[in-house]
Design a binder for this molecule. Structure first.
Ligand SMILES: [Zn+2]
Length: 283
């Protein structure tokens, strides 16, 4: 648990999964990334799906919902998911239930961020997990997720997305928006065009940034380390440059969603002008 101004931040473990090491490191050759990140015989690296609970002014905001527990066996095998970890169980570990959450924010709607928003019913249907929460995503993200193409279709699974719209639980943001006192979503395009990050804290005070897939792990702080999954990798690079410049100038704590070893840290600029991690922080 960590306090940023009036906000209490608690990390929640949404479970781990595996993704192709090459895809995760984009144009960075394996000879370089394999010195820092280990992979299995199928070239997959293990990643967490870290979620964040923000409690402020009597409100409870959940950022991200993990992979959820709806995967069929074939996909569980492909993504190395060796557990059925529902976000409800993860929240239970910190004394909360889905009904305690009044706002769910997803940085984007790929399955490893939105999978926990819905669950199967006993009769085989699908229902929202957070029945009293508004679900905040960028309008652009919603439009892309509901009109996928061949490149992103495997990431946008209708069972994670459509029930939210049908239940009227969506709040679509058009750019930056304050979603709770001192909690803002800010557009951070590149991984997807409608990707957003979550900035916590007041201007001039301490601030924390939940990055989402702008930089999924600490090694991705390096500007050229951009995932091959990103739809617009050069845009991710510029998003990182602008975001990390602010993070260094204002000493933000940045939180990584997929790093299995490091939860958060503070950044600095090295002698070559690149961004590096200055300090690791446990939340
Ligand atoms: Zn992701």
């Amino acid at each position: 648990m960590l306090t940023i101004g009036d906000a209490r931040l608690t990390l929640v473990d949404g479970g781990s999964f595996r993704l192709d090491g090459g895809a995760m490191h984009g144009v960075v050759p394996k000879t370089l990334w394999s010195k820092l990140v280990s992979c299995d015989a199928a070239n997959r690296c293990r990643y967490s799906t870290r979620c964040l609970v923000i409690e402020v002014a009597g409100r409870r905001v959940l950022v991200e919902t993990g992979n959820g527990d709806k995967f069929p066996p074939k996909l569980k095998d492909i993504y190395g998911i060796d557990h059925d970890r529902a976000i409800g169980a993860a929240l239970g570990e910190v004394g909360l239930s889905p009904d305690d959450v009044d706002t769910v924010v997803m940085t984007h709607l790929h399955f490893d961020h939105s999978g926990g928003t819905t669950r199967r019913t006993a009769s085989g249907g699908i229902e929202p997990v957070f029945r009293r929460a508004r679900h905040v995503v960028q309008r652009r993200e919603w439009e892309d997720a509901t009109h996928p193409h061949e490149r992103n279709r495997a990431s946008y699974l209708p069972e994670n997305i459509a029930p939210l719209g049908e239940a009227g639980l969506l709040q679509l943001a058009d750019g930056e928006a304050e979603i709770a006192p001192g909690v803002r979503v800010i557009p951070t395009p590149g991984h997807t065009a409608g990707h957003q990050s979550v900035l916590i804290g007041q201007p001039g005070g301490p601030r924390a940034l939940f990055l989402g897939d702008v930089a999924p792990t600490a090694v991705h702080v390096r500007l050229p380390w951009v995932m091959a999954y990103d739809l617009e990798p050069a845009r991710t690079l510029e998003t990182k440059r602008a975001l990390f410049s602010r993070a260094v100038a204002e000493d933000w704590l940045v939180i990584w969603g997929h790093d299995p070893d490091h939860q958060a840290g503070r950044l600095t600029v090295d002698k070559d002008g690149g961004f590096v991690v200055r300090e690791l922080v446990t939340v």
